[in-house]
Write a protein that binds this ligand. Sequence first.
Ligand SMILES: [Zn+2]
Length: 113
Amino acid sequence: MHEMALAESMLELVENAAKRNGAARVTAVRLELGALSHVERDALSFCFDAVTKGGIANGAVLEIDATPGAAWCMPCGERVPLAQLGDPCPRCGGWQLTVVQGEEMRVKEIEIA
Ligand SMILES: [Zn+2]
């Protein structure tokens, strides 16, 4: 389950940001999660709760914003929406796609107290 590793690196980032801002507690973390990122939302939430237990972000709310997937299609010469990896181009049905958005996971903001 790679969500645990992701949750741990996320916590590190959150803790560093909290320290920099002199925060006593982190109350919420807002995350941007790409639709093509192979990350299970529920598993990530579960792991986040587990790794934050007893720390500065104990009980923090994890909000996840989904970023839609998009790819560049060579034959079409344009950017097309992509619902999931392995799908063909929705315009021409081709497979010459390069994913340009939707694989990222990024902490967007944290709320501190
Ligand atoms: Zn196409």
